[in-house]
Ligand binder design. Structure first.
Ligand code: F6R
Length: 586
């Protein structure tokens, strides 16, 4: 979370920094700020609470200029979203932007206060600014101060720092939070390459514990022992260059509507490593959120078609358990961003304690996970800008399904047919929009599914709560009688995923049980299922699909339902409150 940008140029950098922040706003939008060193060699900064638009207005009222500067878009961790807590954070002659968490900030604050440094914010980052200033006040150079700070703080960070005493050099560092250097007419640094498209042609990805001193005339990169290292520039990946909303009001709708083509693209470019499953006696899937639900869905496929016992674990829980990984386990890590700290830490736990092969599935080329895995499979969807994952989820499912049925020509053909079926569902937009109007005012919605549609019920509920802020829960339909049924009354819509498949009869009974307690029900089914379900219930009839892949199809109307419900409630669908797309704090 939080996006950072830094630019050094022969021209004013403020507008470019703000454009970079615009591309990073998905990482947080509680507040934003920019700081430059002006022509008098003094740090000037402007900050504003809320979305970037507010910063732009503040910059109109109070313009600043400089050839070197840093910017930040914040997802609040320490301290509320106020101007005081907005980055860049200043201490006399030093200014810092930070993504991550300084874990020893309390101890450091105590020491710095004893030394006379006055704290004006609730942020953890302020200790970094004062620590650097303290070292300068003690006669250290910016380089010495920066190295001292890196050696003193614990936790996670990507930093960009301006020193008035070194007005042509930007100091940057990373540990567990992403940071990439960009090279073009200007020298840039950013949390990810999307912020650099249009500015840089080539990039260098910093690795953990590396830091750099950057000026227009030289870029020096150091490893964790402060030894100068050489890293090669690589062309900026094309998939990070996103092309706007394509005529849609929101990225989320654009990304939902793209799913036919993103799925085709992902499958065309996919190459499952030879012998991937040789000697594999167990699969362990680690992921969070929507990616975790993709993993849950894959378990059904892996066990049925690969005949390999599969465990799926929430990464943030897994790393704090003394989990045991059996010999010959293939670890599959699913992360759209490739940067989710919980997932990376869980992987790190496995890597540090066990010897096993790791396959990662990610949408972001060169993300941190790609450097920690033995194999990487990309969901080739292009950048997903909407904070709620949509097209990357179906692409993750396509990758996982391809892995599961890689030896089954018939099922592979069925899978390749999925984009067409999904496009049929996408053409039902008007119908789904009208269903959204029936849930727009409710307080709570339940989603029920069985088998591989159980994780889709969970995902449908997650999508709805994320963007509409309506309370929603997904359940395994057979489980509701064990408790959740108490939630059902006439006010609570129950959305059931019920294709005509081997689970149909069981699901129909669950529907009857729910219907006996409430009256608001929506069933997603196919033509055959519709003829066998009670006529009076509202139904959305989707194309019939091979039962193995129904998850891929049934999630799409649920994404649309969430989108339209949120839209009708007047929410900013692409930037739902409190969320950020890349979750780099624990
Ligand atoms: C929900 C959503 C999140 C992410 C989760 C993991 O729409 O996007 O639940 O799935 O934060 O993120 P990644 O996949 O980047 O590791």
């Amino acid at each position: 979370m939080c996006g950072i940008v830094g630019i050094i140029s022969k021209h004013d950098v403020v507008e470019k920094i703000v454009s970079g922040l615009e591309m990073l706003e998905y990482r947080g939008y509680d507040s934003a700020g920019v700081a430059v060193i002006d022509q008098d060699g003094v740090i000037d900064r402007v900050r504003a609470v809320g979305k970037l638009q507010n910063l732009k207005s503040a910059l109109n009222d109070q313009p600043i200029k400089g050839f070197i500067g840093i910017g930040h878009t914040r997802w609040a961790t320490h301290g509320k979203a106020t101007v005081a807590n907005s980055h860049p954070i200043l201490s006399k002659t030093v200014c810092v932007v930070h993504n991550g968490i300084i874990e020893n900030c309390k101890e450091l604050k105590f020491e710095l206060q004893k030394d006379g440094y006055q704290f004006l914010t609730d942020t953890d980052t302020e200790v970094v600014a004062h620590l650097l200033q303290q070292q300068l006040d003690r006669g250290k150079s910016p380089r010495e101060a920066f190295r001292y700070m890196l050696a003193t703080v614990s936790g996670t960070y990507a930093f960009a720092v301006l020193f008035e005493s070194s007005p042509h050099t930007l100091f940057v560092a990373r540990r567990r939070s992403p940071l990439v250097l960009g090279f073009g007419e200007d020298i840039c640094v950013a949390s990810d390459t999307t912020a650099l498209s249009g500015l840089s042609q080539e990039v260098i990805y910093l690795d953990d514990n590396e830091y750099a001193e950057i000026s227009l005339s030289s870029v020096e990169i150091f490893n964790g022992n402060y030894e100068l290292i050489k890293k090669d520039k690589v062309p900026i990946p094309e998939s990070t260059i996103h092309t706007g909303k394509g005529g849609y009001d929101y990225y989320m709708l654009k990304e939902i509507m793209e799913q036919g083509s993103t799925l085709r693209h992902t499958m065309q470019h996919l190459s499952i490593p030879d012998n991937l499953f040789d000697d594999v006696s167990r699969i362990l899937i680690l992921a969070c959120g929507t990616s975790y639900y993709a993993g849950m869905t894959a378990r059904y496929w892996f066990e049925e078609y690969l005949h390999i016992p599969t465990d799926v674990e929430i990464a943030s829980e897994y790393r704090y358990r003394k989990a045991i990984v059996q010999p010959n386990t293939l670890v599959v890590v699913i992360t759209q961003s490739g940067e989710t700290i919980d997932t990376l830490e869980a992987l790190d736990y496995v890597r540090s304690n066990y010897n096993c092969r790791v396959l990662a599935i990610s949408n972001v080329k060169n993300s941190a996970v790609s450097r920690m895995a033995d194999y990487i499979l990309y969901t080739d969807t292009g950048t997903e800008v909407g904070v709620a994952s949509t097209k990357t989820f179906t692409a993750q499912l396509a990758v996982l399904a391809s892995m599961a049925v890689h030896n089954n020509e018939f099922l592979l053909r069925e899978l390749r047919n999925m984009p067409l079926l999904i496009e049929e569902v996408l053409s039902m937009q008007a119908q789904i929009k009208s269903l959204a109007s029936s849930i727009v005012d409710v307080n709570s919605v339940l989603f029920l599914g069985r088998s591989s549609l159980y994780p889709i019920a969970l995902e449908g509920a997650l999508k709805l709560k994320e963007v509409s802020y309506i309370h929603a829960e997904g359940f395994a339909a057979g489980e509701i009688k064990h408790g959740p049924i108490a939630l059902i009354d006439d006010t609570v819509p129950v959305i059931c995923l019920c294709p005509y498949d081997s689970m149909f009869e069981k699901m129909s009974s669950n529907i009857q049980v729910a219907l006996a307690r409430g009256k608001r029900m929506l069933i997603l089914t196919d033509a055959e299922g519709a003829t066998r379900l009670p006529g009076e219930i509202t139904k959305l009839i989707v194309p019939s699909v091979h039962p193995v892949f129904s998850a891929l199809l049934y999630v799409v109307p649920l994404q649309m339902l969430a989108y339209y419900t949120a839209l009708m409630r007047g929410n900013d669908v692409d930037k739902p409150r409190n969320l950020a797309k890349s979750v780099t704090v624990e």
